[in-house]
Design a binder for this molecule. Structure first.
Ligand code: 9MR
Length: 569
């Protein structure tokens, strides 16, 4: 299907919430204001005004104007914004705008599951496939996987979990932040009274109807895998987590999961993976307790053993060079992972040993830095600042809340300096930049929860405007959302671009986004000279700009669930 041509009038192509901010961007070199008109589906002008000139925007390399039609309070479908003889793509103004995205961005995880057949009745017939990596030929994993040479002399059953991305590796570090974000989305929604929207029967998962919130069912699929990655008692480094499991060589594109014939291998345990397991298992113990006490107890036991093992082996670092057949997920500084794990264990147990670890960490008194798979201190700060009853002195909690809102204010200030009002500076367009946008938007949403101030909610929602079309390329980075959207993300099964018998990525799949580093051959060939925010191509070969990944979709799902809640204004 051909997508429409781009327009210089750039909107959130999905639309706007009636009680949310409503801004659009116009690409124009005009030095003075232009007249804009908001038209309804019949073409009638329902609002009009003048643009505000922004001028040169470094990130996009474009000259822009800003349109603010936030005073319009009507609703409906098929609105367009018209400037001169140019019209935006049509969009909706609706309170239910994000309901579909909430469900689809969460359902992405079911479709990424390893070790289970994907059922047509749940996923749609184009997406059905047999189980992958259950030790059935030609698969060589994941039910009895050996270690890389010299790492261990036994095999482990590490079935299940989610494939990381377009590849079929499974990485404890990245699996953990993705799991934490999904479980945190539920923990947050529960505090705001929005948990029913993530509850049982809300997602297309096999466990629907089991009485447990579906988002927790989905996250448990990964948690069970993470628990399997722990080195068993009686073995060297017991309690540590293997860093990752993946193919011994990179597999070709496409490779259906059940047809992968490359040997799978466990890679050496790392302190970072162990602390990621400690953090997510501790969060699991807290959040799953009301629904499944036995599972919560298993999680807490694993978290304690992981914590003890990390303390005993505090500097076992995964090397950057270990990237044959899978990503390295290297990390030279695990002090932030120690802080995050201690924070989760403190929030769950209240024990003074974990409080001491939290309060003696250098991260406890630092500003709230941005978070990502390699930098997790702020995940700990969010837990400490938002979970009720954490056993910290009141002034400590207040200070943590302050550093989080200070970080959110910095994101707002970044946004106001950008032509496209995105919480990313011109230097921020690196591999996975779209997830920096969603993670920064999460910080804004947390500040909204902590303060009730609408400017933070507005910042979180405007981040979605950027991702859904109000950007340098007039493109929505979420498959199936908007008029022009990414649909050829790098993936070994959703590889329609390479094999027409295979599907495009399912609706709700989130592209990594512009990467000025041009870190893959297709990007190098097609994007020379691009402005940072335009260094993106919807080509299956461009894994550095156009892959999907569980940590990125988790952050989008968190944000979509926040946006879909009826916050009022
Ligand atoms: O998201 C990761 C990004 O931060 C790194 O710069 C990049 C290169 O190391 O790797 C990204 O993660 C990829 C992983 O290594 C393998 N699976 C796909 C991930 C997304 O592209």
């Amino acid at each position: 299907t051909a997508l429409p041509a781009d327009s210089p009038v750039r909107v959130n192509q999905l639309g706007y919430l009636p009680d949310g901010p409503k801004r659009a961007v116009v690409v124009s070199a005009a030095s003075g204001p232009l007249t804009w008109q908001l038209r309804d589906a019949s073409g009638a002008v329902v609002a009009s005004g003048a643009t505000v000139v922004h001028g040169a925007d470094q990130a996009s390399g474009q000259s822009t104007h800003l349109v603010d039609f936030g005073a319009y309070t009507g609703g409906g479908t098929g609105f367009t914004l018209v400037v001169g003889d140019r019209s935006s793509h049509p969009f909706d103004i609706s309170a239910s705008l994000y309901d579909g995205l909430r469900a689809d961005s969460m359902s992405f995880f079911h479709q990424q599951r390893s070790g289970i057949a994907i059922d047509a009745a749940l996923a749609g017939s184009a997406y059905a496939r047999p189980a992958g990596h259950l030790g059935v030929a030609p698969n060589k994993g994941d039910t009895s996987v050996p270690c890389q040479a010299g790492v261990c002399d036994y095999q482990r059953d590490v079935r299940g979990g989610w494939y990381d991305a377009g590849d079929q590796g499974k990485y404890v570090v990245n699996g953990s932040i993705a799991t934490w974000e999904l479980v945190n989305s539920f923990e947050r929604a529960k505090r705001s009274g929005g948990e029913a929207a993530l509850g049982d029967g809300t997602l297309r998962v096999p466990e629907r109807g089991n009485g447990i919130p579906d988002v927790l069912d989905e996250a448990r699929w990964e948690l069970e895998f993470l628990l399997r990655m722990q080195v068993p008692a009686g073995k060297p480094m017991a309690g540590m987590a293997f860093h990752k499991v993946h193919d011994a060589q990179w597999t070709a594109l496409p490779t259906r999961p059940e047809l992968d014939d490359v040997q799978r291998e466990l890679h050496a345990p790392s302190t970072a993976a162990t602390l990621n397991l400690a953090a997510t298992a501790a969060q699991c113990a807290r959040v799953y307790a009301p629904y499944d006490a036995a599972f919560a107890a298993r999680c807490l036991d694993a978290a304690r053993r992981a914590w003890a093992a990390a303390k005993a082996h505090p500097d076992v670092l995964a090397p950057a060079t270990d990237n044959t057949g899978g990503g390295a997920y290297e990390d030279a500084d695990v002090s932030d992972e120690f802080y995050w794990a201690a924070a989760e264990l403190l929030a769950t147990t209240g024990e003074s040993q974990f409080r001491d670890s939290v309060t003696s960490s250098p991260h406890h008194t630092k500003p709230a830095d941005d978070f990502w798979w390699g930098g997790t201190a702020t995940l700990g700060r969010i837990t400490l600042a938002t979970v009720p009853g954490v056993a910290l002195p009141a002034d400590d909690t207040a200070r943590l809340r302050g550093v989080l809102t200070t970080a959110a204010d910095a994101h707002l200030s970044t946004m106001s300096g950008q032509g496209y009002r995105v919480p990313l500076p011109a230097t921020g367009y690196v591999w996975g930049s779209n997830s920096a946008v969603t993670n920064n938007a999460m910080m804004l949403a947390v500040a909204y929860e902590l303060t009730g101030q609408q400017r933070y909610r507005a910042g979180a929602l405007e981040s979605l405007d950027y991702l859904l079309g109000r950007n340098a390329l007039d493109l929505s980075y979420v498959t199936g959302y908007g008029e022009r959207f990414s649909e050829n993300q790098h993936h070994r099964f959703w590889a329609h671009q390479n094999d027409a018998s295979l599907p495009h990525p399912p609706n709700g799949s989130f592209a990594g986004g512009p990467d000025a580093g041009l870190d893959d051959p297709v990007a190098k060939a097609k994007l020379q000279g691009c402005a940072p925010a335009a260094c993106y191509v919807d080509d299956i070969g461009s894994y550095s700009t156009n892959e999907v990944a569980i940590n990125w979709n988790a952050s989008l799902a968190w944000l979509a669930a926040f946006a879909a809640e009826r916050h009022g204004a």
